[in-house]
Design a protein around this ligand. Structure first.
Ligand code: MN3
Length: 296
């Protein structure tokens, strides 16, 4: 079961200017093959399907995969809010449909944001292709699954770096900086899991691509505070045995790795974006008073 908290991981700054095309590019980090929906669903299915998890040799691996799966939910959330914030202001807010308030949307790379959605995130990649279940690898073999997860996180890291290079918007860059740190932590976590499982030193491959998170100011500031060393438990009581894998020095800067409970004050309240009447999102504001009456 997932226990949900109505907060997001970091405070996202207001975009410098609305940009549907920035939002379209950022969609790759949500619904792309290497996006957050893929990490979420890969680890979720692998945790459901993990046989023999109660054997002492296997439990730490189950706990690691299941716990990271839960963190990924907070990542799809953060990318989605970034897309919503970038899309806010890309049409003319108002109640008159004859004013063609959505006219600009014809020029957007992804018109689904305005036609299928109310100026909001969708489970699609940067080309508008819908996310699909074939991106999930759950072979039942732990070595294969962990190798896949390592590759998935490395691929995700590459996409994040390229998306960062495509936009200068502070909202998008704050989100990517945070996810570079947390995704970078997951790269190391799966490398360490493969080391514990097989004895091979996967850490020597790092970083992939060959560029440190410290080159990205938004990521560096978080790593200076040790965010790349803390594996948070996304559960009040469970998944604690991931500490048998997540320990020792960080392979890049040698800082000690720790497993910690998610602090109760972690993150910030999720943004409440203003309604967009031209899209009747969430509803025609003229009806709010009637709705309130019926709600009692
Ligand atoms: Mn992630």
């Amino acid at each position: 079961m997932i226990l949900r908290i109505d907060r997001i991981a970091i405070d996202l700054p207001k975009p410098k200017q609305p940009s549907a095309n920035d939002a379209a590019a950022i969609q790759e980090l949500l619904g792309g093959k290497f996006g957050e929906m893929s990490t979420l669903m890969n680890y979720t299915f692998q945790s459901f399907n993990f046989r023999g998890r109660n054997h002492a040799a296997m439990r730490p691996f189950y706990d690691l995969i299941a716990n990271i799966a839960a963190e990924e939910y907070s990542h799809i959330e953060l990318v989605s809010y970034t897309i919503n914030m970038l899309l806010t202001g890309t049409s003319k807010r108002g109640t008159d449909p004859t004013a063609a308030p959505l006219e600009q949307a014809k020029n957007f790379r992804n018109t689904y944001h305005t036609i299928a959605g109310g100026q909001n995130a969708l489970p699609v990649d940067s080309m508008g292709n819908f996310w699909n279940g074939s991106f999930v690898f759950s072979s039942g073999n732990l070595k294969s699954d962990l190798l896949h997860n390592f590759f998935l996180e490395v691929g995700a890291r590459g996409n994040k770096i390229r998306a960062y290079e495509m936009t200068t918007d502070p909202c998008a860059r704050a989100m990517i900086g945070y996810l570079l740190v947390r995704g970078g932590l997951h790269v190391v976590a799966y490398a360490k899991a493969l080391e514990k499982l097989t004895g091979v030193d996967v850490g020597k491959l790092l970083p992939i691509p060959d560029i440190s998170n410290k080159k990205f100011p938004e990521a560096k500031a978080l790593e200076d505070n040790g965010l790349h060393t803390k594996l948070y438990l996304f559960s009040p009581d469970h998944y604690k045995q991931c500490s048998k894998i997540w320990n020792g020095p960080h392979p890049e800067d040698g800082k000690p790795l720790t497993v910690e409970h998610l602090p109760p004050d972690f993150g910030v309240p999720a943004p409440d974006l203003d309604p967009e009447p031209q899209l009747t999102a969430p509803a025609d504001p003229d009806l709010f008073a009637d709705i309130l009456k019926r709600l009692g």
